[in-house]
Design a protein around this ligand. Structure first.
Ligand SMILES: *Cc1c(COP(=O)(O)O)cnc(C)c1O
Length: 380
């Protein structure tokens, strides 16, 4: 059998290893100059005023909801097809995630359905830029403005991506990014919040480190003092310096990595047999980070999604499913309204899978994945 093709493999090169080693040797292990340097570079890259590094996208989302003052009993609109993190952070406050069905074409939150879920308790919307392609931000922001809601973007898939010429990270009230091991920029674990509002940035800076009113790096320099104030019961969400050092190196090659992903995306679209397979629509007014390549099997396929995943795994091609819709999960069933059915998300879930797409994947590997799938779906 040919070499297995993993579902994902991060692009870790000698420069990543060197940067982490240098950070460790410097002795400054956390909240030091490496974190500040990564934040500066990151906010410049996504064209925003503030960038706050944290230890996950989940932390970034949690801190964002804290910054807008989410309270127990409030409601937040989230897409039905996303990772658990998007909804769990709402529950941290004793608030309620309200699920919105997705568009069939992009699998992002359907803005036409927001109205049906609006109540006097609705406080915010968390759109997810599914697979790396931005959601319909104009429609979502217009709706939010009309009803006085905040927009927090879950951009775990969308680095780098643009919407009508603007960088994701610079558009909503706050944006949360992930640097988890499988995402488009990796630090192992890590995340970033970006915002253009100083008030939010100030609050997040304090809350990511125990609610303390001074940064650790200032306290530990000779100019700093030992004095600090705890102004709120905060969290322990700060990023480490070795992680930031790797983030800085990954950021420098972000566009190169994105080009590699986009090339694979185009190759799959050209090579996979569209008689049997549907693709997500690639909108022309936005660019995708191409984090995931999701296909949906047409009814004409010779085998179903589960059979295809199993057959591919047997041939050394690893795939995945993003995501099991949250309304199907035991923890989130209690948040589903009696009249809510999510026909688009549930229908897509039955017949979709995600193919390997990672920088460093060769043209030969992409061809092998496409050809193998074409043969299997045809059934000969
Ligand atoms: C991965 C992911 C997250 C969580 O990211 P972490 O950095 O692991 O906390 C949140 N939302 C979506 C849509 C994701 O795919």
């Amino acid at each position: 059998m040919s070499e297995p093709i993993p579902f994902h493999k991060a692009l870790i090169e000698e420069e990543d290893v060197q940067a982490v080693a240098d950070a460790v040797r410097s002795g400054w292990l956390t909240m030091g100059p490496g974190v500040l340097s990564f934040e500066e570079a990151f906010k410049a890259r996504v064209d925003t005023s503030y960038g706050l590094a944290v230890n996950s996208c989940t932390a970034a989302l949690h801190l964002s909801l804290d910054a807008i003052g989410l309270q127990a009993g409030d409601e937040v609109l989230v897409p039905a097809m996303t990772f658990a993190a998007t909804a769990e952070v709402v529950c941290y406050f004793g608030a309620k995630p309200v699920f919105i069905d997705i568009q069939a074409t992009t699998q992002c939150m359907d803005p036409d359905l927001l109205e049906t879920a609006l109540t006097s308790k609705t406080k915010a919307i968390i759109p997810v830029h599914y697979a790396g392609q931005p959601a319909d931000m104009d429609e979502i922001i217009a709706f939010a403005d009309k009803h006085g809601l905040k927009v927090i973007e879950d951009a775990a898939h969308a680095l780098p991506a643009t919407y009508k010429g603007r960088d994701i990270g610079s558009i909503g009230d706050l944006t949360a990014f992930s640097f988890y091991a499988t995402k488009t920029l990796v630090t192992g674990e890590g995340g970033m919040v970006t915002t253009n509002r100083q008030e939010y940035a100030d609050r997040i800076k304090i809350m990511r480190l125990h609610g303390m009113s001074k940064d650790a790096w200032k306290r530990n320099t000779s100019q700093g003092s030992w004095f600090y104030e705890v102004v709120a019961p905060g969290f322990k969400y700060n990023m480490t310096d070795p992680a930031a050092a790797m983030g800085r190196v990954q950021l420098a090659k972000l566009d190169r990595m994105a080009d590699m992903r986009r090339k694979i995306d185009r190759a799959y679209r050209a090579q996979l047999d569209c008689h049997f397979i549907d693709f997500l629509e690639a909108k022309t007014d936005r660019t995708s980070a191409a984090h995931l390549f999701v296909i949906k099997l047409k009814p004409s396929c010779a085998l179903d999604r589960n059979q295809l995943i199993e057959k591919l795994a047997g041939l050394g091609i690893m795939t995945s499913v993003h995501f099991i819709p949250l309304p199907l999960q035991p923890a989130y069933k209690p948040f589903v309204g009696a009249a809510q059915t999510f026909p688009v998300a549930l229908g897509a879930y039955e017949r979709m899978l995600s193919l390997p797409i990672w920088p460093g994947m060769t043209e030969g590997m992409v061809e092998r994945v496409a050809q193998t799938i074409n043969e299997l779906v045809k059934g000969d």
